[in-house]
Each structure stands twice: as C-alpha cells, then as structure tokens.
Design a protein around this ligand. Sequence first.
Ligand code: DQA
Length: 146
Amino acid sequence: MKFLVINGPNLNLLGLREPDIYGNQSFEALERFIRESCEKEEVDCTLFQHNHEGAIVDEIQKAYGVYDGIIINPAAYTHTSVAILDALKAVAIPTVEVHLSDISAREPFRNHSYVSLAAIQTIKGKGFEGYREGITVLKKYLLERK
Ligand code: DQA
C-alpha cells in the first residue's frame, strides 16, 4: 500500500512558528514521526512539502495511478483552495485531511475547509498524533474497500 503525505505552506517552519498553537517540535521531527507511523503500519510512504499551491496541485495530479491513498494537511490552502479540492476530486484517490490544530475552535475563517469536501475523514486538533490516526484510518478504509 502506497501513501503520499502532503504538507502545505509554512508547515516547514514548525517549531519556530506560533509554538503556542503548533508546539515546539520541528518539521523534521514531524517527518520522522510520519515515517515511523507508516513503517509501523507497513505502509510505503512518500513525503512532500511545498509552500506553493500550484506545486501541490501538480503533485496530486502526478499521484494518479501511483498512490493508493493521500494524507494532506493543506495548511492555509485548506480555507481558500478550490484548485486543490478539484485536483483531489479529479484523481479520486482516497484522502484523509489532517490539521495539527483544531481549526473549528480558532478564527471563523479557519472553520471552513474546501478540502474536506474531497476527504473521507478530517482529523484536527491532535497534533502529530493526527497523522498517525490518518494513516490508520486510510489503511483500514482501503482494506475494507477491497
Ligand atoms: C493548519 C491550520 C491552518 O488553518 C493553518 O493555516 C496552518 C496549519 C494546522 O495544521 O493546524 O497552516 O492546517
């Protein structure tokens, strides 16, 4: 089983960025955590981070026929990007949306997610652990679908 894990803009600044919201751990620590979680679940995973919307759209398009599932934290594009939503719908690869913080308990503009319209589940407010849960949920979904 092959998963593509996508992290959007500014997540590369974890540790430095608003630690009261996102914690003190670095992005490298998050990537390690994701790799370890995938290994435990015996899932093959590729990690991709980009700050540009179009680069994320390109990566989703390239995922067609290559990956069984996508885990995505679209970061700020969650709340603005019809392009990322459309790309996910176009490739129709089962997707789980993850947010470190609880986007429903923050500023009103973070309450709405375009990406959730293409996701089988949205996990929010669980920090790094949300990615582990996302990997487990996606694996279970794919196994049950077969
Ligand atoms: C985020 C929440 C978004 O609102 C924000 O723009 C981010 C990170 C999260 O993981 O909590 O960059 O997706």
